[in-house]
Design a protein around this ligand. Sequence first.
Ligand code: ADP
Ligand code: MG
Length: 262
Amino acid sequence: MNVPSPVITINQVSKIFNQGSAEEVVALQDINLEIQPGEFVSFIGPSGCGKSTLLRLIADLGTPTVGEVVVNGKTPAQARLGREYGFVFQAATLYEWRTIKKNVQMPLEIMGYSAQERDERANRMLEMVELGKFGNHYPWQLSGGMQQRASIARALAFEPSLLLMDEPFGALDEFTRDRMNMELLRIWEQMKVTIVFVTHSIAEAVFLSNRVVVMSARPGRIKDVIEVDLPRPRLFETREEPAYYNYITQVRESLRDAFQQA
Ligand code: ADP
Ligand code: MG
């Protein structure tokens, strides 16, 4: 039997900023985690516990002080060059002077895709996030939720096997966020992509994830990994299930301890 190899292996990772100086910060300490293909894994924890730092190490936007990160069997730098992941930030980082479609095409331009290929892919991705009719609009003509959907379309333009998302819906109202969560799960199921997701919302983490990784601060460590065994597909009604509330309580209690440690 072939055991699938993990998409991400985080092996004994620590990250220390300004090491040896008075401003030294141990942002991450002794992090060990494997993420398998097709998983949806969320990170939650007090502000400053190193969630963004960890995501950035996976994305090669920083290097561990100790330990190693492996992405698809490669270094994060190699995975970055191979365009093996997409990254979505908290605020939609769209270019104001480009239409939505031109924004989605941007990474494809940089990579030298033909005009036809760019056009086809952008159309496909915009359809997927239900912005098919908005390709010719400018970012300011769209709501915050639509802009964030456009950012997701852009991150998926390469059809990467891995999507890294740092509080992508943090700035949205709760109703829009609930809808975006449904959309994201639909995309995740359709594209069979692995998602690593950072959030402040316990409800969001439980609703979306296979596993919720609870972190504690100073130093940032993994405190608990909670498996969320709710049936798929997750539906509107999932949020009314007693089992869903039980998971929320479990994460909340784990987080409470994480805050007390901090
Ligand atoms: P989170 O995303 O969980 O809120 P971060 O990963 O942004 O936390 O930050 C973790 C810790 O590392 C914080 O104490 C933060 O101030 C510190 N930190 C993050 N980036 C840097 C940096 N480039 N230089 C110095 N300290 C940093
Ligand atoms: Mg952060």
